[in-house]
Design a protein around this ligand. Structure first.
Ligand code: FAD
Length: 317
């Protein structure tokens, strides 16, 4: 079923979450066992991130360095199939512009359709770490809106090459990303919203937000998104802070602010355990307020570690 149908039919706020494919060489079985407790809260859908290739340097004899491309977390499509088989939830694979030609995207979507995936989250992806800014593949997409258009075209039975004779069309429900604290490359929030609107006009049916720690930022964002003429569901993304290093790394990586009240509580923390308790309490408070405001789903960034999200969900759902 489509995410938008789940939202339309729901009488109250849904519970959903995002996982990362395990690192290459780690067990899928362990990861699935790890998230199993979260099934108690009946998530209709689970997002699976996609991780583009990275470059590593291999040292050969004589000091020669070889630049090698590798994917550290492959398996997004396989995990989607495993989630459907084991938990009977809708998997939402993330699809990136980065690292994909349009042809590769078309083929990936055909695979997803064949295994029964009905929802996808269309993203541009970040710059390859060796490049300062995002560079599209030759014959790839430059922006998420272009990827949305390709998927929407396939939903109409329009494939890339005219020679493809088909009476068959896909029927993906397409989600996109939104940024309550604006995307870091956008010079202003209004500029960013102009391109969010472009993604919706291209065929996206819902938005999932970047994590935020101050609900007012989400409420203000929704107001501005509505004023920009966008009326699709906006699912808030939440992440409990669980380690000392995240206090520095989350704002740096995701270009967001931690509110002063939260920082005051975190300032007193000496260990990861202390931080985790504060992070969980904060996320519970955030979640309860968002449920009260009637948000469509609370979407947790679990990083494939279920325990903090489990404790939050137990208090909220
Ligand atoms: P876009 O919507 O294409 O926007 C990128 C930037 O370009 C913005 O600043 C926008 O304002 C601007 N822009 C857009 N269109 C135009 C245009 N036509 N002309 C000029 N400027 C334009 N990354 C991963 O690698 N894997 C994942 O699985 C993943 N999952 C994510 C899930 C969520 C919910 C979120 C919020 C982010 C996720 N990301 C993921 C990160 C995401 O790929 C990055 O934030 C990326 O930098 C932007 O992606 P986007 O789809 O928002 O890009």
């Amino acid at each position: 079923m489509k995410i938008t149908e789940y939202i339309d039919q729901a009488k109250e706020t849904l519970f959903s979450f995002e996982i990362l494919p395990p690192l290459k060489g780690q067990s899928l079985h362990d990861m699935l066992a790890g998230i199993e407790p979260l099934m108690e809260f009946k998530p209709p859908f689970v997002d699976v991130t996609y991780h583009r290739e990275e470059y590593i340097y291999k040292q050969h004899s004589g000091g020669l360095l070889q630049k090698v491309s590798t994917k550290k977390r492959p398996g997004t499509v396989g995990i989607c199939a495993a989630l459907m088989n084991r938990f009977h939830v809708e998997p939402v694979p993330h699809l990136l512009c980065g690292g994909f030609s349009k042809e590769e995207t078309e083929n990936a979507l055909i695979d997803l359709e064949f295994i029964g995936v009905q929802n996808v989250l269309a993203l541009r992806g970040d710059a390859d770490k060796t490049e300062g800014r995002f560079v599209a593949e030759e014959d790839g997409h430059r922006f998420a809106s272009e990827l949305v258009r390709q998927i929407a075209d396939m939903n109409k039975g329009i494939y890339l090459h005219d020679e493809t004779e088909t009476g068959f069309h896909t029927d993906f429900c397409i989600g996109v990303a939104g940024y309550p604290e604006k995307h870091f490359e956008a010079p202003s929030l209004n500029y960013d919203l102009k391109y969010l609107k472009q993604k919706i006009d291209a065929g996206a049916e819902y938005v999932v937000t970047q994590m935020f720690f101050d609900n007012q930022k989400y409420f203000d964002y929704v107001e501005k998104v509505r004023a920009a003429g966008i009326h699709v569901p906006i699912i808030p993304g939440l992440k409990p802070i669980t380690t000392l290093s995240q206090i520095v790394n989350l704002p740096r990586t995701f270009f967001l602010d931690l509110p002063d009240d939260l920082m005051q509580e975190l300032d007193g923390c000496k260990t990861n355990t202390d931080v985790k308790e504060v992070g969980i309490a904060w996320a519970i408070q955030q979640s309860k307020e968002l449920v009260k405001a009637g948000v469509p789903s609370l979407h947790y960034y679990t990083m494939s570690k279920a325990d903090a999200t489990y404790r939050i969900a137990k208090e909220v759902f």
